[in-house]
Design a protein around this ligand. Structure first.
Ligand code: GLN
Length: 488
């Protein structure tokens, strides 16, 4: 049962072949037996209460496609009943007085919450090693990182501890862990998913999205989690859409842009081989490959690592030990309390970003760093527009690798923050432009260590082209079985 897709589980529930309570129990047992450190907070009684409510809805024929489906939430989404830590000591015992909009939406659809998923502290990282609660292990090879920041989300789906999970992506945190764990994830267009109750990292970039086994499942999840929310000032006012509406469209005539900057020197040969193999598969499905250029790709690293820390330094100022979160036990006066509470509550990477962010926003440096970064951000977005939009557009979607390498060993880059930042090269530009992007499994790296290490294919589209991305991914998943492979 745990091997089934969300879509298949939904059919089982509707046909009463299994109850929501049985399904939740099955996954809770798997979570309990797992040693991946993917979950931070599980509460059987809370989960089973939701499952019973779902069973009542199913019995009363009030069920939708997600009613009774177990799901786990990244610990960056606040939840009223489960603790919410954002992977930080700062919020070790924090229980939110309200649910994030995304959580509310899933609750309304009747999903059953399995618990909260480990992540890098305040979603800052690419390896999940920045969590105060310890790293998550990659289910394919437990000596490897799962990717980050949504490492718990990707690992849980890969290990079949949950059929689906929520995640967030500020600079790649849905796509990169999905890629490194061999699962499917999509970051929708910025503004599609409400940020209300999603603990803020870099507000102009943060975007929620789903991780699941298949593109079809991701479409069903997006149907529930998107929509206008007046409590989020950047939420888009758009009519509700069905993201699964074009899954079965043929790819005949699809033009796939292949950016030369995504296949340069930094790309590992085994990743390139798997990605090129996927492109050949798309040609068999009727697509044509078009060479394109996204010349500002390289600048996305310095630009992102100015803008994201700048916004983070502002967002994280709310953690002052006064209103909520950690407060130091001993202090002399108010200023000392702020200092000690923040020094104790935040980890090294978070502090590094607060320092960098405060610096680039400070008088005298603002123009040189922050303003400059904002200007280049616009140019990065224009790169994509010249490829994907307008009368001279060159392609319908863009494809390339998600990560320059397969998952690296746990501990490998912990002393070198810049090495971590460089691994974000192929995901940051999409985030800076606010475009939708996804990752689907497309093979494995060469050089197996203690297990295979998956490779993901990135698919990027123009604004609001999620349904097309899912169509493209679904067609690939009908023709291949990478997405059905499971870790030992
Ligand atoms: N790896 C990037 C960072 O560390 C992106 C993280 C994210 O998308 N949340 O900021």
């Amino acid at each position: 049962m745990h091997k089934l897709t969300l879509k298949e589980l939904s059919a089982q529930l509707q046909a009463r072949k299994i109850s929501a309570t049985e399904l939740a129990t099955l996954f809770l047992d798997r979570i309990e037996a797992s040693d991946l450190n993917a979950f931070l907070h599980v509460d059987r009684a809370l989960t089973l209460a939701q499952a019973q409510a779902a069973d009542a809805r199913l019995a009363g024929n009030e069920a939708g496609p997600l009613t009774g489906i177990p799901i786990a939430h990244k610990d960056i989404f606040v939840t009223r009943n489960w603790r919410t830590t954002a992977g930080s000591r700062m919020l070790q015992d924090y229980v939110s007085p309200f649910d994030a909009t995304v959580v509310e939406q899933f609750n309304a659809a009747g999903t059953v919450t399995l618990g909260k998923l480990n992540c890098d502290e305040f979603a800052m990282g690419s390896s999940n090693e920045n969590s105060f609660y310890g790293p998550v292990k990659n289910p394919w090879d437990k000596t490897a990182i799962p990717g980050g920041s949504s490492g718990g989300s990707a690992a849980a789906v890969a290990a079949r501890l949950a059929p689906a999970a929520t995640a967030t992506d500020t600079g790649g945190s849905i796509r990169q862990p999905a890629s490194l764990c061999g699962v499917t994830g999509i970051k929708p267009t910025y503004g599609s998913v409400s940020r209300y109750g999603m603990i803020a990292f870099a507000s102009s970039l943060d975007q929620g999205g789903p991780i699941a086994k298949t593109a079809e499942d991701c479409g069903l999840l997006l149907n529930a989690m998107t929509g206008f929310d007046e409590r989020d000032s950047t939420s888009l006012q758009r009519p509700k859409e069905d993201f699964t509406r074009s899954l079965n469209q043929s790819l005949q005539g699809l033009r796939i842009g292949v950016p030369k900057e995504f296949f340069g020197a930094g790309l590992a040969a085994d990743v390139e081989a798997a990605v090129r193999g996927a492109l050949v598969e798309f040609e068999k499905l009727g697509a044509t490959l078009v060479d394109i250029s996204l010349p500002k790709t390289e600048l996305s690293i310095p630009v992102y690592y100015v803008i994201a820390p700048a916004e983070a330094s502002s967002n994280l100022s709310r953690f002052d030990g006064v209103r909520y979160g950690h407060r130091a036990a001993d202090y002399k006066d108010l200023a000392d309390m702020y200092k000690k509470s923040r020094a104790e509550g935040f980890g090294d990477e978070v502090k590094r970003r607060i320092l960098v962010g405060s610096y680039v926003l400070s008088h005298g440096y603002y123009d040189a760093y922050y303003l400059q970064a904002q200007k280049i951000r616009r140019l990065i977005a224009q790169d994509f527009q010249s490829a994907l939009a307008g009368p001279d557009r060159q392609c319908d979607v863009i494809m390339g690798p998600v990560s320059p390498t397969v998952a690296w060993d746990l501990g490998d880059k912990t002393d070198d923050p810049v090495a971590n930042y460089l691994a974000d090269i192929f995901t940051l530009s999409t985030s800076l432009a606010g475009l939708p992007g996804m990752s689907i499994p497309c093979g494995f790296g060469q050089g197996e260590k203690n297990g295979k290490r998956p490779v993901g294919l990135q698919i990027i589209g123009n604004y609001f082209d999620e349904a097309r991305l899912l169509n493209v991914a679904h067609q690939f998943q009908q023709a291949t079985d990478w997405h059905l492979r499971e870790p030992a």
